[in-house]
Design a protein around this ligand. Structure first.
Ligand code: KG4
Ligand code: ZN
Length: 415
């Protein structure tokens, strides 16, 4: 199954071609990422309007490059996937419309992929990790602990009450004059700093839930920096190291509780998985390795280049959905907000019209047939793989007709 993926939710314009083999293994044939860092650097962060325009200018060439690297033409694709949210809405519109046009012209199924779901499933692209697993998802906009039980079957166990971890790294970088993007720069400074010089708070430590909070840590860091301003290079490095250590200790504590809650609710996880840009941080990766050993669970983390935003993960999430018989109509809406645990949830309402065929034949005529269904909800694209999950089954089908599998069924490809 050959899928083109498109990613434009933030400041990377990316396209990738991924092949999903029948046994569940994957081959990345092309993975092109064009960063917009230069366009945004002068502003100290991503400017949504500039991002959207830069996606418009670059996307055609990025897609053409990916297709050329893969050595395939559009006709060879089995589907086209684009990140349909959550993200900066201008960029999301650019990527989703482009995918719709390719799908329409070449009569291919469209998969409107949730960007967070793509992060969540990346570890199956790299390592065929079986369900269920406990996911630590940490990016610029999200910090969550999630039970991943199947494609489209996500239960949030914990989340941040204020800032995301990536956001806290970015704000720390800005405060200390390190510029944008922040995460890698803070990590680099931390490597030469003293993590014990500043005694920063570890919010939420020891609480029985699996939630995060970053704002107190951020404020404490600012107060410490103000106390000793003007800052020397060593002060900056020590502040970064102290901040990173506080984050690492909080992450470990929160995940310990997250794993306990996972076991109480769902049994033993097949793995502890980290995903999202923050999972590229080496100190966090090492701490997770120790935690996993103590908790007797395997740790799976994609390589850093597949933790930060890329289109291979979008193509893969599209392929996983297509393998379940799921694709989306051309009426799918771009979404600025789209919580992961709402992915795959079908809204109540009239039954969507006929099955969309895997060759995409019915793709262009759906908007008038869907009643009050909102764009972006999954449709049946034809034959299903043996696995399905509770939130991806057709809710209009009479009970007892779920292909004889339950939400806990392990997909045959990874069993
Ligand atoms: O997943 P991602 O590439 O984009 C979003 O979906 O947000 O994550 C970007 C976030 C940024 O906040 C960035 O500062 C953070 O991930 N990040 C890091 C590192 N690399 C990226 N944070 C800490 N250490 C890193 N090495
Ligand atoms: Zn991301």
């Amino acid at each position: 199954m050959l899928v083109l993926g498109i990613e434009t939710t933030c400041d990377e314009t990316a396209a990738a071609v991924v092949e999903r083999h029948d046994d569940g293994q994957a081959t990345i044939l092309a993975n092109v990422v064009l960063s917009q860092i230069a366009e945004h650097a002068a502003f100290g962060g991503v400017v949504p309007e500039i991002a959207a325009r830069a996606h418009v200018e670059a996307l055609d060439l990025v897609i053409a490059t990916a297709m050329a690297e893969a050595g395939r033409d559009f006709g060879a694709l089995d589907g086209v996937a684009a990140a349909a949210g959550p993200g900066l809405i201008g960029g999301v519109i650019v990527g989703l419309i482009t995918a719709k046009v390719i799908a329409l012209v070449h009569k291919k199924p469209l998969m409107a992929v949730n960007h967070l779901e793509a992060h969540a499933l990346t570890v199956r692209l790299t390592d065929e990790t079986p369900f269920p697993y406990c996911l630590f998802l940490a990016s610029g906009g999200h910090t969550q602990i999630v039970a991943v039980r199947g494609v489209g079957d996500y239960v949030r166990l914990g989340t941040t009450r204020d800032d995301a971890i990536g956001e806290a790294f970015d704000k720390t970088a800005k405060l200390l004059g390190l510029g944008y993007p922040g995460g890698q720069r803070v990590e680099r400074e931390a490597a030469r700093g003293d993590p014990f010089r500043f005694n920063l708070p570890r919010p939420m430590l020891g609480r029985q839930d699996a939630d995060f909070s970053l704002s107190g840590l951020k404020t404490a860091l600012r107060l410490e920096a103000e106390k000793i301003a003007p800052l020397t290079h060593q002060d900056v490095a020590d502040l970064c190291a102290s901040f990173q250590l506080a984050v690492v200790e909080m992450v470990v504590d929160r995940l310990r509780h997250g794993l306990r809650i996972f076991r109480e609710r769902f049994g033993v996880p097949c793995a502890l998985v980290a995903a999202g840009g923050v999972a590229a941080n080496d100190a966090i990766r090492k701490a997770l390795l120790n935690l996993a050993a103590q908790e007797h669970v395997a740790l799976m983390v994609p390589p850093p280049s597949l933790c930060t935003d890329n289109a291979a993960m979008i193509a893969w999430a599209g392929a996983e959905r297509l393998a379940q018989g799921l694709c989306d109509g051309l009426d799918s809406s771009p979404r600025a907000r789209w919580p992961l645990d709402q992915v795959g949830a079908l809204l109540p309402g009239p039954r969507p019209h006929a099955t969309v065929k895997a060759d995409g034949a019915a793709l262009s005529s759906h908007s008038s047939l869907v009643g009050d269904r909102r764009g972006g909800e999954p449709r049946d694209c034809g034959p299903k793989a043996p696995h399905t999950s509770i939130s991806t089954i057709d809710p209009f089908r009479p009970a007892g007709e779920e292909d004889g599998v339950s939400s806990n069924t392990v997909p045959s490809a990874v069993a």
